[in-house]
Ligand binder design. Structure first.
Ligand code: GDP
Ligand code: ZN
Length: 468
């Protein structure tokens, strides 16, 4: 990854109005910019100075706090200047524009998304997993997710990865040393207890994978599709499921009328609930069976988009009225379900039908009997959702891992498996064994970014927001 050392600037605080807004500048030599902005005022590193921020013509933009960090004792590892002014969008824009002007000769430019963190990575202030955790912490939607993101940010995840790498390296060294003395190869595996070491590494890797997989769940959550006829109780069920959790029903930012998605949390796991029939609430009087016919083109497009969401579902909740049984429209709904996605058939309103709350594992789906209104059987559904999500409360600390990390761990696991197979063969092929260990190490290193390709780094940092 090319390290273009020109200084960069950005508004680091969120857009909108706030008490304080921060413009952040990072670069290898900020002295000319500091002089242009503050004349001969000397900024002591890591000390707050209260100063006027002035236009080039000396008129005042704002007054605020200036913080100067000398290299490498800053977030980016470069020199960093933070100007804290009043957090209004116009003030911040003027301040940023003034900084860019003051730094023009030194090449100061607007930072790209994630560029501050990228520099922190390139200057070894953070490894890749930690850099990703910065963005995950900012994006965290629950306390549990924030907790495991900061766990990763502190380096706990990187540490266990390094410990795994160390074990692999140790074994590799043994093997590589033996490769130079072919006559000793034969009983090498016995002497060094290579198989025992391999088993230990495999077990350690499995544990890390489990913790990472659970953490990944906190990050990504589960996509749940809520399907069912109008008035079967979808909204009521949503509220019942959300229960006492703080965020009862929070609309996802950017939700439009044609994408009915709400997120609730169960034991800290985000469930992104897509209400397929939510679009049709104004048409609750539509004929059963006329699910698509009765609606206008605009809504049809909306519904098609919603069905596109359905294809990304991890689980489908098909809600039915236990007191009425399935209708023709239900058949139409079921016909649209994508193959291979688990379905929970939820029979609601058992208070009217006389069923007892319960779970029935049937061949077509899991059937659950409950009453959203009476809050009967809701816990059964919550547990079933957690089961499908693969959630186990282990009490272990979790790492807010990304898909990328899980894939790398899985590949590392496969290479260890392959190594174990070579070790089990009679004509022990030590060179192949060594090669699998090397590949294992590569995969693990890719998590912390030790040997990552520029492409990968580009993708990761471009997903940050500007100013981070
Ligand atoms: P939606 O259109 O599928 O979202 O259904 P709503 O959640 O808006 O509920 C439709 C109606 O059914 C409302 O009058 C609810 O009070 C009622 N309802 C929901 N769940 C139950 C239940 O478990 N038992 C009974 N008796 N009524 C329910
Ligand atoms: Zn509803």
């Amino acid at each position: 990854m090319i390290y273009d050392p020109v200084p960069i600037a950005a508004i680091a605080t969120a857009p909108g109005r706030g008490g304080i807004g921060v413009v952040r500048i990072s670069g290898r030599n900020l002295a000319p910019i500091i002089r242009a902005l503050f004349g001969n005022t000397v900024l002591k590193p890591r000390h707050a100075s209260y100063l006027p921020f002035r236009h080039a013509d000396n008129s005042i933009i704002d007054q605020g706090i200036v913080l100067y960090f000398n290299a490498p004792h800053s977030y980016t590892g470069e020199e960093v200047l933070e100007l804290q002014g009043h957090g209004g969008p116009v003030v911040m824009q003027m301040l940023l524009a003034r900084c860019l002007e003051a730094g023009k000769d030194g090449g100061l430019r607007l930072a790209q998304p994630g560029e501050f963190t990228q520099r922190a990575f390139l200057n070894d202030k953070l490894d890749l997993a930690q850099a990703e955790a910065v963005s995950d912490l900012i994006e965290a939607s629950t306390e549990a997710a924030a907790k495991s993101a900061s766990q990763s940010l502190s380096g706990a995840f990187s540490k266990v990865i390094h410990e795994l790498v160390d074990k692999v390296v140790h074994l590799r060294m043994l093997v590589e040393a033996t490769l130079d003395f072919p006559e000793e190869e034969i009983d090498f595996l016995e002497k060094s207890d290579a198989r025992g070491q391999l088993t230990t590494i495999q077990a350690a890797l499995q544990k890390v994978f489990d913790q990472a997989a659970q953490g990944a769940l906190l990050r990504a959550g589960l996509n749940v599709v809520l399907a069912g006829q109008p008035n079967v109780g979808k909204s009521s069920l949503l509220n019942a499921l959300a229960g006492d959790e703080v965020a009862i029903v929070t609309p996802i930012a950017g939700t439009t009328r044609d994408k009915v998605t709400e997120t609730i949390h169960i034991e800290g796991i985000p469930l992104n609930i897509i209400d397929t029939a939510g679009i049709r609430h104004e048409h609750d009087d539509a004929e059963p069976g006329g699910i698509v016919n009765a609606i206008d083109t605009v809504e049809r497009i909306g519904i098609e988009r919603t069905w596109a969401e359905v294809d990304k579902a991890d689980v489908i909740l098909h809600l039915l009225d236990a007191s009425r049984g399935p209708t023709r429209a239900d058949e139409a709904i079921v016909a649209r379900f994508p193959d291979g996605v688990p379905v929970i058939r939820v029979w609601n309103k058992i208070d009217l039908s006389g069923h007892h709350p319960g779970v029935d594992q049937m061949s077509d789906a899991t059937h659950i009997y409950l009453s959203a209104q009476e809050h009967a059987g809701i816990e059964l559904l919550r547990q079933e959702l957690l089961r499908i999500a693969g959630w186990e409360q282990t009490g272990e600390s979790l790492y807010l891992a990304r898909e990328r990390h899980l894939i790398a761990l899985k590949h590392a696991h496969e290479h260890l498996q392959q190594a174990a197979e070579y070790a089990a063969q009679n004509d022990q092929s030590l060179d192949l064994f060594a090669e699998e260990l090397r590949l294992t190490q590569d995969r693990l290193n890719s998590i912390t970014g030790e040997f990552s390709s520029d492409d990968l780094l580009g993708v990761i940092f471009s997903r940050f927001c500007i100013g981070k």
